[in-house]
Design a protein around this ligand. Structure first.
Ligand SMILES: NC(=O)c1ccc[n+]([C@@H]2O[C@H](COP(=O)([O-])OP(=O)(O)OC[C@H]3O[C@@H](n4cnc5c(N)ncnc54)[C@H](O)[C@@H]3O)[C@@H](O)[C@H]2O)c1
Length: 251
């Protein structure tokens, strides 16, 4: 029960890796806000029925007012914010295509959600964390940014931005003893990815072939690293990017 009395916001927690992270933090005692552009009410109720404090809030992480409202409601409900997991992203619904075919509007929305969203959320929680001189921010990046994966240039660029934001934010927030780290999953069989036939065909077998541990990765494989970085055990770790990919990327 590492997170007793802690309050966590997990963005993109309606499904997939985000939901698994919310479930893990709740199982270790955290009060969890499942923030998503989709309705995560059923997922929050399931956690409540299991005895956890959980709340679903609908928010678009790319919208400033929406993010501000999300953090205000969290504080009104639970009194504080100790942990922010920036997981929401345009991810499993990406359409693979050559970069010449990416519409500018898609590029902009990708950066707005995947890179500006974490900025807006970090900015909204920082006064609450700074006031307590403690806090944990964990950004979910992607191995595609290490590898330079083709046919998703807008996605890769957004995750590269999140990696470098992790380092710079760690330095800005460090004087308030707030840590900022990232977890970089490899190809992971979230519900969304399992439903994306083009992804499965292109990445499932090829990802396994690059791994020291030759098997599929599942959302449950990611959550331990996130929980560690969100815990007191990681109090002296900041600005780091931890690859959780079966030993595919070494950096
Ligand atoms: N699954 C993988 O193979 C993989 C690999 C590397 C990194 N990642 C990263 O892990 C995270 C989760 O991956 P996943 O496969 O579970 O993704 P997913 O696409 O299944 O789920 C993403 C969630 O984010 C929500 N979301 C999307 N746009 C939003 C917005 N504007 N505001 C609020 N919520 C929004 C969606 O509704 C959804 O619940 C993402 O950051 C993704 O980039 C995933």
């Amino acid at each position: 029960m590492r997170f007793t009395d802690k309050v966590a916001i997990v963005s993109g927690a309606q499904t997939g890796i985000g939901l698994a992270i919310a479930q893990r933090l709740a199982s270790e005692g955290a009060a969890v806000v499942l923030a998503d552009i989709a309705d995560a009410g059923a997922q929050a109720r399931a956690l409540q029925e299991a005895g956890a404090r959980a709340l679903a809030l609908t928010a678009d992480v790319a919208d400033e007012a929406s993010v501000q409202g999300l953090v205000e409601r969290t504080v009104a409900e639970f009194g504080r914010v100790d942990i922010l997991v920036n997981n929401a992203a345009i991810a499993s619904r990406i359409q693979l295509r050559p970069f010449e075919e990416i519409p500018v509007a898609e590029w902009r929305r990708m950066q707005d959600v995947n890179a500006m969203g974490p900025f807006l959320l970090a900015r909204a929680v920082s006064p609450h964390m700074r006031a307590r001189q403690s806090g944990r921010i964990v950004n979910i990046t992607s191995g595609t940014a290490f590898k330079g994966a083709p046919f998703m240039l807008d996605y890769v660029a957004s995750k590269g931005a999140l990696m470098t934001m992790t380092r710079a934010l760690a330095r800005e927030l460090g004087p308030s003893f707030i840590t900022v780290n990232a977890v970089s999953p490899g190809y992971t069989l979230s519900e969304g990815n399992l439903a994306n036939e083009a992804f499965l065909a292109r990445y499932r077998a090829s990802a396994i072939a690059t791994r020291a541990l030759p098997r599929d990765g599942w959302p449950e494989d990611i959550v331990g690293a996130v929980a560690f970085l969100a815990s007191d055990d990681a109090a002296f770790i900041s600005g780091q990017i931890l690859a959780v990919d079966g030993g595919s990327v070494y950096h």
